[in-house]
Design a protein around this ligand. Structure first.
Ligand code: PLP
Length: 388
């Protein structure tokens, strides 16, 4: 099976696998234990924290290891809410992942305000600029890159606006890390990342906090991580996370993203030429080089196309991994102004660093063939139903 679902989970990179196995052997102890085996594991964690901090350009002590991005998002949101007056609102972009949107809804209910996006799926900064002088939300959340469309968000400008008004800022950078340089994100207020989106193992991630912030714990128990996150640290997972991110940053430094963006763009051009009436979501915006979200007109239902492509040997997605399996139209695409019918025909292709160019060509050929079959069978069905 050719894998085009890296935004859902990116298979373990060889460097991460090696780092994980090596760490499991070399650091079997609990980092909180007093003996030398424990101390060795603790030193390995400290070293990993420094390496991650270098990649993010933040201070090592501002990094909290978590079980993934969902926990990092929950931690940042509950901290901001608990640190604000009881009536403060939470401003969250309409296209955030459920890890942010559902958390915000659960915690503040009617005090949640959605920041709108334009037709390309970019957060409307003007809305933030106009509203910030009038209110003081507990937190503004604008993600770095959208998981469904790959559209890059104006997080840097949003961060500056928040800093001007003294409002905490949260950036869910889960889809950005490993695909674009993480360095500028280090000073972006609260920043969430997850290893399995960039070729590290599942079940490990991080939250980088603003300098010196005393982030409240979401999980209580042992006093690990200076009381900011209880639970024994996943030493091997953390070391594999850092190895995967360092490797990805090396690919970026060598310009590997440019060539891959061209391959993705060529795929989209050829697809639109071959499938009349198709469209690429967020085509007019800067997007992650690995992601292509398209609406294909002849597809009667996106899940059916996903199943047909699966049978043809391609793992693709309807969008957010969490929304798969439900027929509800994507909140991201409807926020961009797509009708529920169009949104229900959207499919997402997301590649990784190791996806070869030929895989995109083969995917294109499979889609064109399936689209042709679907069009032919629906034309036959229409002819059968037509009155004599
Ligand atoms: N945020 C974004 C943008 C995501 O794409 C995802 C996963 O799909 C998450 C958060 C949740 O990540 P995790 O699986 O690490 O909890």
């Amino acid at each position: 099976v050719t894998y085009f679902d890296h935004n859902a989970s990116s298979p373990l990179l060889p460097v991460a696998r090696t780092a994980w196995l090596d760490a499991e052997e070399r650091f079997p102890g609990n980092p909180s234990s007093q003996h030398r085996i424990g101390a060795r594991a603790e030193r390995a964690l400290d070293d990993a924290r420094q390496r991650l901090a270098r990649l993010l350009a933040c201070a090592p002590e501002d990094v909290i290891w978590t079980s993934g991005a969902t926990e990092a998002c929950n931690t940042a949101l509950q901290h901001a809410i608990a640190s604000s007056p009881p009536h403060a609102e939470l401003w969250v972009s309409a296209i955030e992942h459920p890890a942010v949107l559902a958390t915000a809804r659960t915690r503040v209910q009617e005090r949640l305000r959605l920041i709108p996006v334009d037709a390309q799926g970019r957060v409307e900064l003007e809305w933030v600029r106009e509203n910030l002088p009038r209110a003081r939300p507990a937190l503004v959340a604008v993600m770095a890159a959208n998981n469904e469309t790959g559209v890059l968000q104006p997080w840097s400008e949003a961060r500056e606006l928040c800093a001007e008004h003294g409002v905490p800022y949260f950036c869910d950078a889960t889809q950005w890390f490993g695909r674009l340089p993480g360095r500028r994100l280090g000073a972006a207020g609260f920043v969430a990342g997850s290893a399995h989106k960039f070729g590290g193992p599942r079940g490990v991630g991080f939250l980088a906090c603003p300098p010196g912030s005393a982030c409240r714990a979401l999980l209580h128990g042992g006093g690990q991580q200076d009381g900011r996150r209880a639970g024994t640290e996943n030493v091997a997972g953390v070391l594999a996370l850092v190895a995967a991110l360092e490797w990805s940053e090396q690919q970026l430094a060598a310009g590997g993203d440019r060539e891959r963006r061209e391959i993705r763009d060529r795929f989209e051009r050829q697809l639109l030429a071959a499938v009349a009436g198709g469209r690429v979501n967020g085509a007019g915006a800067d997007r992650l080089w690995n992601t292509s979200s398209v609406v294909l007109p002849a597809a009667d239902c996106r899940q059916r196309l996903v199943v047909k492509l699966d049978k043809a040997g391609f793992a693709v997605s309807t969008g957010s991994a969490c929304a798969s399996g439900s027929e509800r139209p994507s909140h991201v695409l409807t926020a961009m102004g797509l009708t529920a019918a169009d949104a229900s025909r959207a499919v997402r292709f997301s590649a990784g660093w190791l996806t070869p160019a030929e895989a995109w060509d083969e995917l294109l050929a499979a889609i064109v063939r399936i689209q042709g079959e679907t069009t032919a069978s629906s034309a036959a069905a229409t002819a059968l139903q037509a009155p004599p």
